[in-house]
Design a protein around this ligand. Structure first.
Ligand code: GCU
Length: 350
């Protein structure tokens, strides 16, 4: 997608059509439908542009679409949201730049992008942090724990609204099930463009290959990589099972995505609009969390029916490697303080 930057000046609808025509055969659609507009069909006085990289059936899109409709209703048509899914506006690193400059208003990015603005974001995605996604979401959306962190990027005009789960991430490969560390050794595994993920895959004995999410299908298909790591829902919705059929439930970490908004756009809202925004966001992440559970089950069933082979692995196989990575990314005073604060809050949730 070399021409992504050139697309930034075009309307989202044109971008959607242009890129849909260029999608790789067999790869997930890059935007078969026009961006989902604001709620209730009524045109809003101000439309906020939001980009993400998931399909329209993914919990993220479904929850955000509901949020868009609710925001329009709650603000009586003052604010709408136009959603561009499927990486049609580029990749997550580009979204963050676009939110910074105001080219778009909001985006879903992974912790892997936010570490570029504040390395402490790595702490929230470390292996071993969370015992469940419910616990993770309670802590991540508790302003007493994450409020200061979420505002720490405002000098770059980026405010983090809150987190949504990426679920437990596991390993999948073209080569076969991973039963022992030797099975993974030397395999080229795609990672997000992020030092923590690079260190983790290296510690697990594989060779990390960083690339954007939208490039993974083709890279697996052509053999540029042997495997990748992600949750069951992305494995299904991105159709990675077609080109890497061995899914091993390593559950090496529970990751986080964030809704980010341009700080000036947020500060430009009236007090009523801000409270409406807060309300619809809370409903959106609750919806996302509920959908996550049902859609994970569905993804497993559907991918198995299409030939994917799932296997379990003894958690002790990568335990030392993963503990070492967590220690490596909690060394600075601020990382340590954040780590202590989230582990304390997590223990209180159970
Ligand atoms: C998950 C996550 C995305 C991220 C992707 C990735 O699907 O929800 O935000 O981009 O993993 O591995 O790149």
């Amino acid at each position: 997608m070399k021409f992504k930057k050139a697309l930034m000046g075009l309307t989202a609808a044109v971008a959607t059509v242009a890129l849909a025509a260029c999608s790789a055969p067999g790869a997930p659609s890059t935007g078969a439908s026009a961006p989902a507009g604001g709620g209730g069909g009524a045109a809003a006085a101000k439309t906020l542009k939001l980009a993400h990289n998931q399909t329209e059936t993914h919990p993220t899109h479904v929850a955000l679409k509901e949020m868009a409709a609710a925001l329009n209703t709650e603000t009586k048509g003052a604010l709408g949201v136009e959603i561009s899914p499927n990486s049609t506006l580029g990749n997550q690193a580009e979204y963050l730049q676009m939110v910074k400059t105001g080219a778009i208003d909001m985006a879903i990015v992974s912790s892997s992008q936010l570490v570029g603005l504040n390395p402490d974001y790595a702490v929230l995605s470390l292996p071993g942090n969370w015992t469940s996604i419910d616990q993770q979401m309670t802590v991540l959306n508790d302003p007493a724990v994450t409020g200061t962190l979420y505002k720490s990027t405002e000098k770059d005009k980026v405010t983090v609204v809150g987190g949504i789960t990426q679920g437990a991430r596991s390993m999948y490969s073209k080569k076969g099930a991973i039963k022992t560390a030797a099975d993974l050794a030397g395999q080229k595994i795609r990672v997000q463009e992020d030092p923590m993920f690079l260190a983790m895959i290296t510690a697990m004995g594989a060779t990390p290959t960083p690339m954007a999410f939208s490039e993974v299908y083709t890279a697996l298909q052509s053999g540029v990589i042997d495997g990748a790591e992600n949750n069951e829902i992305s494995y299904f919705t991105q159709k990675h099972y077609e080109v890497a059929k061995y899914f091993t439930s390593t559950r090496h970490l529970i990751g986080v995505d964030y809704l980010v908004i341009n700080t000036d756009v947020l500060n430009g809202m009236t007090a009523d609009q801000k409270s409406a925004f807060d309300k619809v966001w809370k409903a959106a992440y609750a919806k996302h969390l509920a959908l996550w559970k049902t859609e994970t089950e569905k993804a497993i069933t559907e991918t198995k029916a299409k030939g994917a082979e799932y296997s379990e692995i003894d958690p002790s196989v990568f335990k030392t490697a993963l503990t070492g990575v967590a220690a490596q990314f909690t060394k600075t005073d601020s990382a340590k303080a954040l780590y202590d604060s989230i582990t304390k809050a997590a223990a209180a949730v159970k």
